[in-house]
Design a protein around this ligand. Structure first.
Ligand code: PRP
Length: 191
């Protein structure tokens, strides 16, 4: 494991949030512990079944990479990229497919891997997109769920951390496309 997490990080000047301070929100050790737990549950559930894990770009790339390294089953991976144009606090926006999956998922066991469910707009869209392809099963796994704002009429099967409505950055999540490489999760300091 890398060095201890800095307690604070300053957003780089190349971002329009440059100079603002982020505070440690979930340290890398806690994230890695949770990822291992989730991988163990998935390995148990999908023993002998070879699921296809579909990561939602860009944010899920790091969670996906860590999760699959902890699985001890056969699996395949694919990725999908979505753009959502919702308001930040409601799920009334629209969603557009930027990159579809390549795999044929008909009759397959599908595991959607998200970094964060915020308003819920993206996972709702994905649920419909997956159902069109008639997979054998679909479940949703997310590292983070904003329980105060997520507006869903179905259950997210596995949630790593239920978090309040804060802007979180790192471990794949960006601020203005920056800071995705941080090993821990950080949040903008609340005044
Ligand atoms: C983020 C995140 C989820 C989505 C969740 O992606 O990765 O896919 O938002 O938000 P929702 O529940 O309100 O739909 P974003 O659009 O920021 O793109 P990124 O993954 O490339 O950062």
């Amino acid at each position: 494991m890398a060095d201890a997490d800095p307690q604070e990080i300053t957003v780089p000047a190349s971002s329009r949030y440059g100079g603002q301070v982020l505070e440690l929100f979930i340290p890398q050790a806690k994230i890695q512990g949770k990822v291992a737990e989730m991988a163990a549950v998935l390995s148990e559930q999908y023993r002998e079944r070879c699921p296809i894990l579909i990561g939602v770009l860009n944010g899920s790339f790091m969670f996906m990479a860590d999760l699959v390294r902890q699985l001890d089953i056969d699996f395949e991976i694919d990725f999908i990229k979505i753009a959502s144009y919702g308001s930040e606090t409601s799920s009334t926006g629209t969603v557009r497919l930027l990159k579809d999956i390549s795999a044929d998922i008909t009759g397959r066991d599908v595991v959607i891997v998200e970094d964060i469910v915020d308003t819920g707009l993206t996972v709702k869209f994905l649920r419909n997109r997956m159902e069109e392809a008639a997979p054998a099963s679909v479940i949703f796994v997310t590292l983070l769920l904003k329980y105060e704002v997520a507006n869903l009429d179905f259950t997210i099967d596995y949630v790593g951390f239920n978090i309040p409505n804060r802007f979180v950055v790192g471990y794949g999540l960006d601020v203005d496309q920056k800071l995705r490489g941080l090993r821990s999760l950080y949040a903008f300091r609340e005044n």
